[in-house]
Write a protein that binds this ligand. Structure first.
Ligand code: ASN
Length: 271
């Protein structure tokens, strides 16, 4: 009987040992998948605007973000061999997010300007743009920026267009919206007489969603360049600059540009 008890105990001990070993291997697997998750955590976080056609916008049928900026960053990340996740946010939140370190990169058609350079670092310019005036399709009295005397202008908060608009002489009021779609709607609904905003976005909107409802008027205003922004001192700036220079000569930049703007770029943005 004693021997039987001993044997029984041995079986229990062995079962426990095997059980624990089995658990151990599961635990290892968990750690391994934990590592994979950690990789996710280590992914570069790329801030972009929520809506800035055709640079970044939500494709409602796929639920994915698309656009020139999205393709540009994807090509850069592939070249650098880095994993990333997109974090769409209001444009106005991007620089604070870079400063607090909650994002590692911002690509959002962001104009390179001195005031911003004090807060973030920019890679070399990747797009040449300007500003443009947009009015309702049936408006006959505003033909350009000189006809905005006594008029209500709308645009996006915290942008170069806002700075520009408040400086236009005679403008009655400037109504900023956190998202440019809000400003376009305000114009269409009659709450403003004109939008002043980035030319590629104005032209794209006028030719697509705003077709027959709005029209761009006047000349290209205030030439400016877009740059990818990083937290101050980010080591990524140099790497991204190298990749951008490569993309300008190996045809990748032209390919992405043509996909979104329907033609090859007239020139490469000066650094
Ligand atoms: N390019 C403009 C700016 O940086 C506006 C934008 O929405 N990206 O202020």
């Amino acid at each position: 009987m004693k021997l039987f008890k001993k044997l029984f105990l041995l079986v229990v001990v062995l079962a426990l040992v095997f059980g624990l070993t089995a658990c151990g291997s599961t635990a290892e697997k968990d750690t391994a998948s934990g590592d994979a998750d950690n990789k996710d955590v280590a992914k570069i976080v790329v801030g972009c605007d929520t809506s800035f056609v055709p640079f970044e916008f939500l494709n409602e049928s796929t639920g994915e973000y698309e656009g020139f900026d999205i393709d540009m960053w994807d090509a850069i990340a592939q070249e650098l061999g880095v994993e990333y996740e997109l974090k769409p946010m209001d444009f106005n939140g991007l620089i604070p997010a870079l400063q607090s370190g909650s994002i590692d990169v911002a690509i959002a058609g962001m104009t390179i300007k001195d005031e911003r350079k004090e807060k973030v670092d920019f890679a070399r310019a990747y797009y040449d743009a300007g500003l443009m005036v947009l009015v309702r399709a049936d408006n006959e009295d505003i033909k350009g920026v000189d006809d905005l005397n006594g008029k209500v202008v709308t645009t996006k908060t915290g942008t170069t267009s806002y700075d520009y608009s408040i400086a236009v002489e005679g403008v009655k009021e400037v109504k900023p919206f956190p998202n440019i779609d809000g400003a376009y709607l305000e114009l269409i609904n009659g709450g403003a007489d004109a939008v002043i905003f980035d030319s590629p976005n104005v032209l794209y909107f006028a030719a697509n969603k705003g077709k027959d409802r709005v029209k761009p008027v006047g000349e290209l205003l205030d030439g400016q360049q877009y740059g990818i922004a990083f937290p101050k001192g980010s080591a990524l700036v140099e790497d991204v600059n190298t990749v951008l220079e490569e993309m300008f000569v190996n045809g990748k930049y032209d390919e992405i540009y043509e996909k979104w703007f329907g033609q090859k770029p007239l020139s490469i943005p000066s650094a």
